[in-house]
Design a protein around this ligand. Structure first.
Ligand SMILES: [Zn+2]
Length: 547
C-alpha cells in the first residue's frame, strides 16, 4: 500500500510538472577523452544541452544577457546570438533556425544539441563535432589517423590512413630510436602505447604545433625498419631483417581495405601484446569519429543575396537632397575604447559634431545619432537612419589595439567576411558595445537587420574610397593613412541594419600615443572632419547628387 501511494505520488508529480522529459547527463568527449558531463534533457526526441558549459568546454567565449535571455558566443571570426524562447538565431550575421526553440532552465540556457553540429561552430572551434549514442564528441580536424597495427612472428607494423597528401621525414638518432615528422599534418589524437614484443618497445605520437611527430623505441630484435605508402595507406614496419613487400608477404595480417572506415585493431594483436601507457587512452581500437550527426538537421536560412551591380542606389531615392546620418560611436555608459584617461566616445563625438556642422553647411540633409554623451543602442542608430531614409550612414570611431605600435586611419564598410585578421579583431572590439545593450538590444530587430540586403556594398566601398583619399590629402591631421590598405571590410554590427551605403571610420588608434596625442587636439578633430566631409562630398558629386 505504501508503495502504491508513493508510486501514485510520483505519477501525479510527473503530470503536474508539465511535459514529460528525461533529465540527463550528456558526456562530452574531446579527442576521445571524457572532458565533462553536460546537463541536458531529452524532450520530444530532441536532446538539449547546457549552452554555456558546452560552448566554454569547446573553447568558445560566452556572454549571457539575463534580461534579454540571450547568449552571445564568440571566437575569432565567429559569433552567434541565441535567444530564449526562439528557434531563430544569428550565426556570423546570417539568420538560421533550430528545429526546437532555445529554453531556459533556472539559470541555464538549454539549446538543441544540433546547434553545436553547425559547420560554423565546428570551424570556430577547429574540431569535428558529432552527436551519437547520447554522447557529444569533438575531434581534431585531422588529416592523418593511425587506424591499425599488426604483430606477427616477423614484424610489427603501424598503419596510418592519410586524408589527402601526407609526407614525412624519418631519422634514427640512435640505433634504438626512430623519429618521424609529418609536416603540416594533424593527427587524429595523441597516442602513447607499448608493444610487448621484441620489435617495437613503445610508440608515442603527438601533435607539435603544425606538425605531427612520432617517436618509436625499437625492441631488442627491432633492427630493420621501413616506412612506405601502399594503396593510400602509410605503413611503418619493424622487423629483425629485410621485410617482404606489402601486402602479399603477410596475407593473414592484412586488414580489409576500406578507405573510409576506421577499422578496428588487427585481430592478431592479443591484449597481452600491446599495452596502453596512459590509462585514459584507448589507442588500439580507433573509435569511429566520422559518424555522421544523427541529430535533427539544421534548417539554415537561405544564403545572403548576392550583390548585383545594378543602378546606383542613391539615384533611385525619392528626395532631392542627399540625406546623411552621422553616427559618433558609443556614448553614455558605453565609453568605447579607453586609454590614458582618453575616452573613445569623446573623440568620436567631437569629430562627429564637426562633421555634422560641415554637412549642414553643405547641400545635405543631416541627422546625428547623438550630439551629447548619451548611450544609444546600436539597433537604435540603424533604426534612426532607416526612418530618416538616409542615403549614407557614417559611423565615427577610434580604434584600439593591444599592439602599441598599431596606428593610422582606416575606413571600413560592411561585408560578410572580414578582409583580414585585424579587421575581424576590430569588428569584435566594436561589437563589445552589445554588452551595454541588454535591455534594448532586440533580437527581432537584429534578425531583420541581418536579413538586410547586400546591395549597398558596392556603394559603401566607393564611399570608403573617397573618404580615405580625402583624409589622406587633408593637411594637419598627422595620422598616417596607408593608401593601399586603409579601406577594409569587416562585419560591424552597427552597419548591418542600415538600409543604405554605410561606412565606419576609425580615425586612428587610441592605443597609439602618437594618434591619441593628435586626436585630442581640436584642430586635428576639425581637419579630420573636413577630410571625411570632402570624401562624402566627392562621392555625392560623382553619384549625381550635386550639380
Ligand atoms: Zn568604437
Amino acid at each position: 500500500m505504501k508503495h502504491v501511494l508513493r508510486l501514485l505520488g510520483i505519477v501525479l508529480l510527473g503530470i503536474l510538472s508539465g511535459p514529460v522529459y528525461g533529465q540527463d547527463k550528456i558526456p562530452l568527449l574531446i579527442s576521445g577523452r571524457k572532458q565533462t558531463s553536460l546537463s541536458g534533457r531529452v524532450q520530444n526526441g530532441v536532446t538539449y544541452v547546457d549552452l554555456q558549459k558546452t560552448a566554454r568546454s569547446l573553447g568558445l567565449n560566452v556572454e549571457l544577457f539575463a534580461r534579454s535571455k540571450q547568449a552571445k558566443l564568440t571566437a575569432r571570426g565567429f559569433y552567434a546570438i541565441l535567444t530564449a524562447p526562439l528557434r531563430e538565431f544569428i550565426v556570423n550575421a546570417k539568420s538560421a533556425k533550430l528545429t526546437e526553440p532555445v529554453q531556459i532552465d533556472g539559470s541555464k540556457i538549454l539549446v538543441p544539441v544540433e546547434f553545436f553540429l553547425l559547420p560554423e561552430v565546428q570551424k570556430a572551434v577547429g574540431k569535428e563535432i558529432s552527436f551519437s549514442d547520447g554522447k557529444l564528441q569533438a575531434e581534431r580536424r585531422f588529416n592523418l589517423e593511425r587506424t591499425d597495427n599488426g604483430v606477427t612472428a616477423t614484424e610489427n607494423r603501424l598503419v596510418f590512413q592519410p586524408r589527402g597528401q601526407v609526407t614525412w621525414s624519418s631519422q634514427a638518432p640512435n640505433p634504438h630510436t626512430v623519429e618521424v615528422v609529418f609536416p603540416n599534418v594533424t593527427i587524429k589524437r595523441d597516442e602513447n602505447f607499448r608493444f610487448k614484443t621484441d620489435f617495437i618497445s613503445s610508440v608515442a605520437i603527438r601533435q607539435d604545433r603544425a606538425d605531427a611527430k612520432m617517436k618509436v623505441i625499437l625492441g631488442k630484435r627491432g633492427s630493420y625498419w621501413t616506412m612506405e605508402e601502399v594503396d593510400g595507406k602509410i605503413y611503418f614496419r619493424v622487423g629483425a631483417g629485410k621485410l617482404a613487400p606489402i601486402p602479399s608477404a603477410i596475407p593473414v595480417q592484412t586488414t580489409p581495405v576500406a578507405a573510409e572506415t576506421n577499422t578496428a585493431a588487427s585481430t592478431n594483436v592479443s591484449p597481452d601484446e600491446i599495452e596502453e601507457m596512459s590509462a585514459e587512452e584507448t589507442p588500439v581500437t580507433a573509435i569511429s569519429a566520422a559518424v555522421s550527426p544523427t541529430g535533427p538537421t539544421m534548417q539554415a536560412a537561405a544564403p545572403a543575396t548576392v550583390m548585383k551591380p545594378g543602378p546606383a542606389v542613391a539615384m533611385s531615392s525619392a528626395h532631392k537632397k542627399m540625406r546623411i546620418v552621422v553616427d559618433p560611436g558609443h556614448g553614455g555608459k558605453d565609453p568605447g575604447a579607453l586609454r590614458s584617461r582618453v575616452r573613445e566616445k569623446d573623440l568620436n563625438l567631437a569629430v562627429g559634431k564637426e562633421l555634422y556642422k560641415l554637412l549642414k553647411k553643405g547641400n545635405f540633409e543631416v541627422k546625428i545619432t547623438r550630439d551629447n554623451d548619451t548611450f544609444i543602442p546600436l539597433s537604435e542608430r540603424s533604426k534612426l537612419s532607416n526612418n530618416f531614409k538616409a542615403d549614407l550612414f557614417v559611423s565615427v570611431h577610434t580604434n584600439s589595439s593591444k599592439n602599441r605600435n598599431a596606428n593610422g586611419f582606416e575606413v571600413y564598410f560592411r561585408s560578410e567576411k572580414a578582409t583580414d585578421k585585424e579587421a575581424a579583431e576590430t569588428a569584435a572590439l566594436e561589437n563589445e558595445a552589445m554588452q551595454y545593450e541588454e535591455v534594448h538590444y532586440n533580437f527581432v530587430d537584429a534578425l531583420l537587420q541581418s536579413l538586410a540586403k547586400n546591395e549597398y556594398i558596392n556603394e559603401s566601398s566607393k564611399l570608403a574610397g573617397y573618404v580615405r583619399n580625402e583624409v589622406y590629402k587633408q593637411p594637419g591631421i598627422g595620422i598616417s593613412v596607408n593608401k593601399n590598405s586603409s579601406v577594409r571590410q569587416a562585419n560591424f554590427y552597427v552597419l548591418k541594419g542600415v538600409q543604405s551605403p554605410a561606412i565606419l571610420v576609425e580615425m586612428g588608434y587610441i592605443s597609439s600615443s602618437k594618434d591619441r596625442g593628435r586626436l585630442t587636439q581640436s584642430k586635428v578633430q576639425k581637419n579630420m572632419a573636413q577630410g571625411i566631409y570632402n570624401g562624402i562630398y566627392n562621392y555625392a558629386k560623382n553619384e549625381g547628387w550635386l550639380q
